[in-house]
Design a protein around this ligand. Sequence first.
Ligand SMILES: Nc1nc2c(ncn2[C@@H]2O[C@H](COP(=O)(O)OP(=O)(O)O)[C@@H](O)[C@H]2O)c(=O)[nH]1
Ligand SMILES: [Mg+2]
Length: 299
Amino acid sequence: MGLREALRRTSRRLGASLGLISGPLDDETAEELTDALILADVGPGPAEELVEKLRERRLSAEKPGDPAVELARIIAARLPAQPPDYAGPAPEIHLLIGVNGSGKTTTAAKLAKRAREAGRRVLLAACDTFRAAAVEQLELWSRRVGVPLIRHAEGGDAAAVLFDALEAARSRDVDLVIADTAGRLHAKRRLMDELAKLGRVVGKALGHEHPFRSGLVLDAANGQNSLQQARAFLEIGLADEVILTKLDGSAKGGVVLAVGAQTGLPVTWIGTGEGPDDLEPFQPQRFAAALVGANPDKL
Ligand SMILES: Nc1nc2c(ncn2[C@@H]2O[C@H](COP(=O)(O)OP(=O)(O)O)[C@@H](O)[C@H]2O)c(=O)[nH]1
Ligand SMILES: [Mg+2]
């Protein structure tokens, strides 16, 4: 599904409020727009700040422009900047972390397909060893997207799978390893230990300076609750970025702003459906335009 379509339910709601604005922003319209932003899960604080900025802009402008375009510009400017492309040694290592059901396995497959199609040598690692079904699900995906998989028998050790995947990556000249991990919500301490163990495995297999990136996968359909659910992951401070799934069909696309405001982490990818191609790199301007239903060429 395309981005605009995925965000249709959010943009429709915001568009209805924005459509009422012609000149300066009066109190009633401001309040309505704030409510619409809160319903879209932008969060009350950021919602008020956005509307205040829009109000100022419209007061100071000689001839106020399209309110949707103005709001989109304000939103885009608030989104954390994108991280630079990976420039470290091969292989690049991308761990996907997050609670069960957030979309880690699906996203691993989507990312793998995209990278393969871009001409990269990719390997998937089935580090969610907790349930047999999880490994099988990734195995199906690996065949579907044509990317090899490293797996162990059920119940194995996630760190051992990662180690094997990294060894295989080295011997096969792989340049990207994508590791799917388990999303069990156990004690923060355990979670931290497990993720730290994966980090040590990278050091052991590839050298201690070798970087890796942890993408926290969040379900946008749960809006701000997804941030709450992933609190343990956020508190241990091992997430480098956020990948937001299930924006399709959600009326809570505004959660992107809440994620930025509450975590300070960049959103790097967005999931827009269940199919292998339903993944887009996050582009703040394009996203902001689609969120409020503005013409992206006018931003
Ligand atoms: N609509 C929609 N569904 C998604 C998206 N990403 C994942 N899903 C679905 O969410 C469910 C859980 O995904 P899964 O990858 O198994 O989550 P995991 O437990 O974190 O590995 C599956 O039914 C996926 O098809 C998305 O971007 N949009
Ligand atoms: Mg999974």
